[in-house]
Design a protein around this ligand. Sequence first.
Ligand SMILES: [Zn+2]
Length: 680
Amino acid sequence: MRAVCALMLATLLCAATSDSPAAVGVAPENFDLKVSPATDFYRFANGGWLARNPVPPDRSYYGVDTEVQQRDEVRLQAILESPQVADAPAGGERRKLGDFYAACTDLDGIEASGVAALRPIFAKIAALPAPSGLAALAAAGARLRSPDDGIAPLFAFYSEQDPRDATRVIGSLSQGGTALSSRDYYLASDPASRAVRGAYLRALRATFGLLGDDAASAKREAAAVLEIEMQLARASRSPDALRDPVANTHPMSPTRLAALAPHFDWSAYFAGLGLSPARAARIDVGQPETVAALDRLIVREPLSAWKSYLRWHVVYGRGSALPRRFERVQFDFYRVLEGTRAEPPRGRLCTTATNRVLGFALGHIFVERYFSPAARERARAEVASIKAALRADIETLPWMSPPSRVAALAKLAKLNASKVGYPDRWRDYSALRIERADFLADVLASAQFQFDREVAKIGKPVDRSDWDFPPQTVDASYDPSLNQITIPAGILQAPFFDPDVDDAVNFGGIGAVVGHELTHGFDDEGSQYDGDGNLRAWLAPADAKQFHARIACIVKQADDYGVAPGLHLNGKLVAGEATADLGGTVLALRAFQAAERGKAPQPEIDGYTPLQRFFLGYAASWRTSERPEYERNQVLSDPHPVARYRTDATVSDMDEFYAAFRIGRGTPMYRPPAERCRIW
Ligand SMILES: [Zn+2]
């Protein structure tokens, strides 16, 4: 039977599928009918799926995005192992894919190469004569780290759009220099943080031992590295304090930077990155006090401690490119940090690694096979329908005065929503050299390629056509400085978007994803940027007051939510994501209702009304099994709240949810109307 594609969302990708089964609604096998939607909607909607899908031993969580990724990983691995890639002409982009993947799977080769590719930088570190030489080596170490690694020696340095002039790109320096993602791991005294710290120290000591140091030296070096990182963590801001763009923007000249940290040779650092004085003339320093603290640390810590620190920062997290004994040490640490019980199969690990390094080359082949230009055009139309719902929402918002409404509509008009599916121009990898014989060298070369690509943007006009992540990514984004959303092909797949499923479910899935990203332009962070991407207040003062009172409602709801004994969400950290969840789901529902207007009412499917199916589709897009260790890491450092909160808090703020499931006063899901949050 042909798919029933009469309705808006299904129409988008349906035309391509002629032999699909009839449109179906929700998937009752994923429900837990023993739980009432009024008690725990997330569990009612997902309990069956959660029971069938515990976290596999080699993962720290398993969610709906993992389901899609798993399916895609099989496809991507097949591409990497195909003759089209493995035997492609030497020097070309496809051959680079094949060689990188082959080098990664060659475990004997990795054993034989050992740490040889790191010897040149180790030799330079060993020869460091005085702390004054630290800057040049920090630059060399930074270049061996891709921005995706999330780790860099001393601090993070990349490029950004000038927050005060969104037409140009400047250097951007922010707090960093620690290998672990949250400062709580260094500073908190609870048992879980202490356990991570202990395991980290063991990994440090074991790694220095494997690099050839005797036991006493390895112990001393491990302690020195941890001490430096603890001092850096102590000087750094909390993750929620980093979300305020105005408080984290301080463009300055190199002279002012030198006054902040006079013991660091900034000229040598910028020269080491290949930045001329003219291109380094304006640097946005996110947290000036952390730079001043680093300067004091440079004076205080002995040279030997810095040498240990630099060595660690080039080797940390590289386990899969190193001999097995290194990889085992790394895994023992990740076991404590994330709760993983087994290492992933090598083929999958290498597919992921290749995808990170040559993602656009792989993605180009992926979309040729699995995502057509026609699908892209249909998806773009769908995104436009959600954007239209946001426009209608702003036009009728009760709390906003006319001048702010005009400004909000002007920002929305400039919001670029055309980056859908895949880019028009593909990334150029011609400068990247990959050798089939040496995986560690390939990892270092690709990190340097990615870092240099980032820094090369400094001093040039902004390229608004550039894509930050490849099209097969199962995610979506909003970039406030570009005022644009990106909805890649990866997330335009079932179950987020399923052409065989009815519209209500799809609007609750991909519709809410698109709405979420659009709402980010107007959340507590995004609303501080104007339509061009400049940090500029455009809400009238009285409206800003209203807006912040409404954000406070979101913050309080999250603060009140207990994730585990002694562990609550941090409202200030998750406020932007929770705002986007709520706004995005409201927009998706409005767009669904607009698409239905004037049509005969849709029937029940499997006993569920269209409105119920919308909310069930939304809940399904959040089904996730998580290990407690992973969840803890997420609560401490991630602005995204846990999945069950994203489901239950969002729907409990929407009046339509109460009507759809007849949620009565006094039930756990019930929130009195006065306590329901609403912003957009
Ligand atoms: Zn988000």
